[in-house]
Design a protein around this ligand. Structure first.
Ligand code: NI
Length: 182
């Protein structure tokens, strides 16, 4: 079994622009394997999303999904999705700030402005088009993962630097809710 680790901030691979998946790879074992590795690591690390460059694969591929949010349990689940060659566009000018973290950035969190509602598209491993219009956390995750494909980390987009903090401290100060539900 191959072993993959999630590379961490400071590794120059996280800053590269990833290459598109060539069309003749759709339907291949290679893409199916990439998809299963990404989902496996997403599950292992209990992340919301993961981009291929985070495991040193310089290709335009992302996975994301969530059964139930650990804190905001009434949030709509996000279907577990792989997108090869993803793209998105905002569907309105409304921008919202929300806390983000990243499997490549340890326990640091910060508020990032993102489009509230987007339309996104991409392909599954067989080359089938996936197209959705989404809002809120679902839209946020896709924008975060998409940025990785262009070498952009959420920290680059934190405009209110005073929002930056380590997860535990932000919980202690009340800026972020505790994992334990009230
Ligand atoms: Ni990330």
């Amino acid at each position: 079994m191959d072993s993959y680790t999630v590379i961490q901030l400071g590794n120059p691979l996280l800053r590269m622009v990833s290459e598109p998946i060539s069309e003749d790879l759709f339907g291949s074992e290679k893409l199916k394997k990439m998809e299963s590795i990404l989902f496996k690591i997403l599950e292992e690390k209990q992340g919301l999303g993961l981009a291929a460059p985070q495991i040193a694969i310089n290709k335009r591929a992302i996975v994301f999904g969530m059964k139930q949010h650990p804190i905001y349990t009434d949030l709509a689940p996000i279907p577990f999705t792989v997108l090869f060659n993803p793209s998105f566009e905002p569907l309105s000018d409304v921008i919202e700030e929300g806390y983000e973290g990243c499997l490549s950035v340890g326990q640091l969190r910060g508020k990032v402005p993102r489009y509230k509602t987007i339309g996104y598209r991409g392909y599954d491993a067989n080359g089938n088009l996936i197209e959705r219009e989404v809002s809120d956390l679902h839209a946020r995750v896709v924008q975060h993962e998409f940025d990785h494909l262009d070498g952009v980390i959420f920290l680059d987009k934190v405009t209110d630097h005073s929002s930056l903090g380590f997860h535990e401290e932000l919980i202690r100060s009340g800026a972020l809710p505790s994992k334990k539900a009230d």
